[in-house]
Design a protein around this ligand. Structure first.
Ligand code: FAD
Ligand code: DHB
Length: 404
């Protein structure tokens, strides 16, 4: 029997909450609303295989794991996810471990890839969830200011409309829902960075039990993993880098050079590289995250540079807050939480923006940076290594701040 790709085959003409995008934000929101008895429909432009295989984040905060568990979507995560109690910082040829539970009162993170979170949520939704349509390209939303916003989309070559009480844009950074907010009613704050990441997947057991974030005179490097047999590694590269210019040997040699320790001949275990890609870095926040009956969640509202692994976790936090707000409306008729949605989320979003910016600018080498700037970075890293207060601040942000 082949797995269904949509459930049911066609979306109804109206729903309570129309969700655009079946990334982690849209899928988790649909799960939470369905569990609360709130009618919703998810429209996704890509096909199921594409959505499930898109290589992205790998680290789940405690709070993200908690909400996946509460929503019944953590059965495989609890079996296959790797709990991590710390990370290693490498700089100036030395290594320093940050112990999360000791510094945060017991919080930790999990290595469990975004691809797997998405597969788990899609599978649940197709079995007993709200309608989810793949290859349904949303072209626009009208009536954001009215009491009946409408989603316009194309499915199998036919134009459709979905009349909603509320619309949630979970359609990522390049989505269309944000555009339905009049330009004069929104503001975007942005920052770009003068470097990108070259990311690889390799069929080789990770050379460290925990993630390693390395500052080096040659630029940043990160050792991460997807499983006990698959390594995920990243190198800082110039913007515009073509992955084809990086042979496998060149990648491994450069990683070894950036992870080098002064008092050890530690080297990475090498294995076949199965994927190579370059990702640019950007910080961006659109405010407010609500306009009339239209809401933005996840990357549709904000993106962070990946250093510190906040993107997916912020998306999960937004939709958790939004689901609580819709649930309160459904049960009591109160719009108080919905009215507070944007401010509640932005508080946390800006904290994560700052943390991601801090991790990025502290660990990467800006091509224009002076020896003075490098000394400042090393001083900051040394402070984290020697002051429990500085380490605790990093650990609290990395393991994830409480939701409200
Ligand atoms: P998305 O996952 O982007 O989902 C949006 C969905 O909307 C997509 O499925 C898209 O196809 C769909 N969509 C878009 N437009 C339409 C439309 N018009 N109609 C219908 N559907 C539409 N974060 C980390 O923490 N660590 C990482 O290592 C990391 N790596 C990343 C690598 C890349 C290349 C990218 C782009 C992001 C990465 N991130 C990483 C960020 C993290 O993956 C995102 O923050 C996370 O995916 C956000 O989830 P989301 O559901 O908000 O958006
Ligand atoms: C991963 C990505 C990150 O941005 C990060 O800070 C840690 C891990 C990853 O893809 O595994």
């Amino acid at each position: 029997m082949t797995a269904p790709t949509s459930a049911p085959a066609a979306a109804p003409a109206r729903t309570t909450v129309g969700i655009v995008g079946a990334g982690p934000a849209g899928l988790l929101l649909a799960r939470l609303l369905h569990a609360a008895g709130i009618d919703c429909v998810v429209l996704e432009s890509r096909d199921r295989a594409y959505v499930e295989q898109r290589q992205r984040a790998g680290i789940l905060e405690q709070g993200t794991v908690d909400v996946l568990r509460e929503s019944g979507a953590a059965e495989r995560l609890d079996r296959e996810g790797l709990p991590h109690d710390g990370i290693e910082l490498r700089f100036d040829g030395r290594a320093h471990r940050i112990d999360f539970p000791a510094l945060t009162g017991g919080r930790r993170v999990w290595v469990y890839a975004q691809t797997e979170v998405v597969k788990d949520l899609v599978a649940l939704q197709l079995v007993d969830g709200a309608p989810l349509l793949f290859e349904a390209q949303v072209t626009g939303v009208t009536g954001a200011d009215s009491s009946a916003p409408t989603i316009h989309y194309t499915h199998q070559g036919v134009d459709h409309t979905l009349a909603c009480d509320y619309v949630v844009g979970c359609d990522g950074f390049h989505g269309v829902v944000r555009e339905a907010i009049p330009v004069e009613a929104r503001q975007t704050f942005e920052r770009t960075y003068p470097y990108s990441w070259l990311g690889i997947l390799a069929d080789v057991p990770p050379s460290s039990d925990e993630l390693v974030y390395a500052h080096s005179p040659r630029g940043f490097a990160l050792l991460s993993m997807r499983s006990p047999t698959v390594s995920r590694l990243y190198l800082q590269v110039p913007n515009g880098t073509d992955p084809a210019d990086w042979s496998d040997d060149r990648i491994w040699d450069e990683l070894d050079a950036r992870f080098a320790l002064a008092d050890s001949d530690w080297k990475l275990a090498r294995g076949p590289i199965t994927a190579k890609s370059v990702l640019p870095m950007r910080s961006s926040v659109t405010e407010p995250m609500r306009h009339g009956r239209l809401f933005l969640a996840g990357d549709a509202a904000h993106i962070v540079p990946p250093t510190g692994a906040k993107g997916l976790n912020l998306a999960a936090a937004d939709v958790t807050v939004l689901a609580q707000a819709f649930t309160a409306l459904h049960r009591t008729g109160s719009t108080q939480l919905l009215d507070a949605y944007s401010a509640t989320c932005l508080n946390r979003v800006w904290r994560a923006e700052h943390f991601s910016y801090f991790m990025t600018t502290t660990l990467h080498t800006d091509p224009s940076q002076s020896p003075f700037d490098t000394r400042l970075q090393l001083s900051q890293l040394d402070r984290i290594a020697t002051s429990p207060h500085a380490a605790a601040e990093l650990a609290a942000n990395y393991a994830g701040l409480p939701l409200n």
